[in-house]
Design a binder for this molecule. Structure first.
Ligand code: FUB
Length: 309
């Protein structure tokens, strides 16, 4: 076993370097990962990178795919929490900027170049709470929903253009312990809402979840889905995303945790683990990996498969 210089067992990270808030998705049979670039105090990143992989083991670094100072007229820093969705061959990058605004940019490739809408999609003060942490859920009927928020969660169906919505259709609520990073997914007739609780600088940052028969709730809460494993030096596990491996009932949860060794809320690392649905429609609590579990996950995903979403 490798031992870190803090005396804790070394736990491998998914991608070398400090990254957080991973959005894991699949386009055309390939995994794509969009994170926040970490490592500066106060999360001061100014741009977003993209990574892709055929198997969750070998990752290609596509470099910076969107830079706030270069590609927007309205934002400079605090480039946080990206999420990308595809519609009709266009890729939409939703992102946080300037601490309390959500923007959107579009490209014809998942690795850009992304062209910005030119103004915030959601500006500071448009809705209660902080306008951060956008996430996208596309339902089986093709309807796309935007989730976001800090302190209060919001969901709204997006218009067909993916860059506008009817503000009167925003549904807002506060799940137990809701801090940020709302994520919606669906399996069968069950919708799952999961979110992060506590402050990302707190080792107790963790993920809770609830279920419903609709993307708007009402929600039945089921407690903690993912939390620290301090016996292995794993702390502050949160700001996740969930994806189904195409043509399978195998699901993944991507999240960040404090880097090992020496992590803080500004020095975070990425991880991916299996997400298991139980026969009664609930989720099995995730045990954070100590070993590179992603190696096993590759067996779920023959490289020849094409993604359906
Ligand atoms: O990465 C910056 C912020 O930290 C995100 O917006 C939050 O979700 C938290 O992870």
């Amino acid at each position: 076993m490798n031992i870190s210089n803090t005396g804790e067992p070394a736990v491998p990270t998914l991608i070398e370097g400090y990254y957080a808030d991973p959005h894991l998705c699949v386009f055309d049979g390939r995994f794509y990962l969009y994170p926040t670039t970490d490592g500066s105090d106060s999360w001061g990143a100014t741009s977003f990178k993209a990574f892709s992989s055929p198997d969750l083991i070998e990752w290609t670094d596509h470099g910076v795919v969107f830079s706030l100072p270069e590609h927007t007229h309205w934002a400079r820093e605090h480039a946080w929490a990206p999420a990308v969705s595809e519609r009709n061959g266009n890729y939409f990058l939703y992102y946080t900027a300037e601490q309390e605004n959500i923007g959107v940019a579009v490209a014809s490739s998942p690795t850009g170049p992304f062209a910005d809408l030119g103004r915030p999609l959601i500006a500071e003060g448009d809705f209660p709470g902080r306008a951060i942490d956008p996430n996208i859920f596309v339902d089986d009927d093709g309807a796309a929903y935007l989730c976001w928020g800090n302190g209060i969660a919001h969901t709204v169906p997006l218009n067909e253009d993916m860059t506008s919505f009817d503000a009167s259709r925003v549904i807002s609520w506060i799940p137990t312990g809701f801090r940020e990073a709302a994520n919606l997914h669906r399996r069968g007739d069950t919708y799952y809402l999961s979110w992060s609780e506590n402050d990302t600088r707190d080792e107790n940052y963790r993920v809770r979840y609830a279920t419903s028969t609709s993307p708007f709730g009402p929600w039945t809460e089921h407690g903690v889905l993912l939390e620290k494993a301090p016996q292995w030096g794993i702390r502050a596990t949160g700001h996740h995303s969930i994806v189904r491996i195409p043509h399978s009932d195998d699901w993944l949860i991507a999240y960040h945790r404090f880097a090992i060794p020496g992590g803080t809320g500004y020095r975070r690392e990425l991880a991916i683990d299996p997400l298991l649905h139980t026969d009664d429609g609930l989720l099995q609590k995730v045990i954070p990996s100590r070993e590179p579990t992603v190696r096993d996950l590759a067996t779920y995903h023959p490289k020849t498969e094409k993604a359906s979403n």
